[in-house]
Design a protein around this ligand. Structure first.
Ligand code: PEP
Ligand code: MN
Length: 360
């Protein structure tokens, strides 16, 4: 249920309504806008009739509405009438030149770039340099890798996280890295600025629930055979445990077409924008599996209206320890950034300024 408070409601009036909701056994998620406060009452509805009538009769309640989609907290309706209808996620971190803040969502377009896996200190520093010099604001890189074969490189684990943190310090890029197991949450949280949940874990509900104990934003990748509704239900799991800073990442789905690794589903971008207030990032690297397709699909992704891209880059893709076939080298990444900027501007978004101009 969405309860819109009267614009004159005081803090006490709001607390009063919150306690009525809690007495019925629901959880309250308040959203304090600049001109009004909206309360979302969510929870198991079994055996709890009467709340609607009780709330509707409160003097300081303007209106009470049922939330129809099953993903209550992340649905677009949740922000109806608010002055800021889209979720904006501020990522703040420190590097050698001070503090930096990068915002994801709204009219900002962010670039996340880096290798599939952190391999060596030289490799991650070189990737960070390429990313930074060409206008990315996030460094990606896996330290815990979900590999199809148990014999493939599994990641450097904490050592890899430390290298990412060193590269952040040197180059002023926020770190995005994958969490595969709730047991690693504490260590990943210590080094990451944004925690990635990979496609294979999109429906690992215990892992999703563990994210309630971090305040770090979560990049939730779409499961390789997941519907949009299933994906939003996974985002709802994370929001329901108190972490509403979720970024959705379209990374391609499995189809019958073997010419590429996945089929990048760009229909998802405008579809999601109608359904949710969360920001959307596209991953054309995993979405195609082919470096030669990444440029075209990056331009198409930007044109579809997403809030940014996550791309795999490598100083020497043929030598990469994972996903070399879809990784861009320095020259290709530079060319891509030049071609991408006018498309981003054409759809009314602004490429997030590079590190030299956006430190605070
Ligand atoms: C990755 O980002 O390297 C990765 C493993 O992605 P996905 O979970 O989308 O396959
Ligand atoms: Mn990869």
């Amino acid at each position: 249920m969405i309860i819109t408070m009267n614009s004159n409601a005081t803090k006490e009036d709001i607390e009063n309504v919150e306690s009525i909701i809690e007495d019925f056994g629901y959880t309250v998620h308040p959203i304090h806008g600049t001109n009004l406060t909206v309360l979302a009452a969510v929870g198991d509805e079994r055996g709890k009739a009467g709340l609607y009538e009780r709330l509707s009769s409160q003097k300081m309640v303007d209106k009470v509405e049922y939330i129809l989609p099953p993903f209550k907290l992340v649905c677009r309706e949740m922000r109806k009438g608010m002055t800021r209808p889209d979720t904006l996620i501020d990522v703040e971190f420190e590097w050698k030149e001070g503090k930096r803040k990068v915002t994801i969502g709204g009219s900002a377009f962010v670039m996340m770039a880096g290798p599939c896996s952190v391999e060596t200190r030289d490799q991650i520093f070189e990737c960070a340099r390429i990313a930074q010099e060409n206008g990315a604001s996030f460094l990606r890189g896996g330290a815990f890798k979900p590999r199809t074969s148990p014999y493939s490189f599994q990641g450097l684990e904490e050592e890899g996280l430390k290298l990412l943190a060193e590269a952040r310090h040197e180059y002023g890029l926020a770190v995005v890295t994958e969490l595969m197991d709730a047991h690693h949450l504490e260590v990943v949280d210590r080094y990451a600025d944004v925690i990635q949940i990979g496609a294979r874990n999109m429906q690992n509900f215990m892992l999703l629930k563990s994210l309630g104990s971090t305040t770090k934003p979560v990049l939730l990748k779409r499961g390789m055979s997941s519907t949009i509704e299933e994906w939003l239900m996974s985002a709802e799991y994370i929001a329901s445990v108190g972490n509403s800073n979720v970024i959705l990442c379209e990374r391609g789905i499995r189809t019958f077409e073997p010419k590429y690794r996945n089929t990048l589903d760009l229909n998802a971008v405008p579809t999601l924008q109608k359904m949710t207030h969360l920001p959307i990032i596209v991953d054309p690297s995993h979405g195609t599996g082919r470096a030669d397709l990444v440029l075209s699909m990056s331009l198409a992704s930007a044109a579809s209206g997403c809030n940014g891209l996550i791309l795999e880059i490598h100083p020497n893709p043929s030598q990469a320890w994972s996903d070399g076939a879809q990784s861009l080298d320095e020259q290709s990444f530079q060319d891509l950034m030049k071609r991408l900027t006018p498309v981003v501007e054409a759809i009314g978004k602004t490429m997030v300024a590079d590190v030299a101009t956006s430190s605070v």
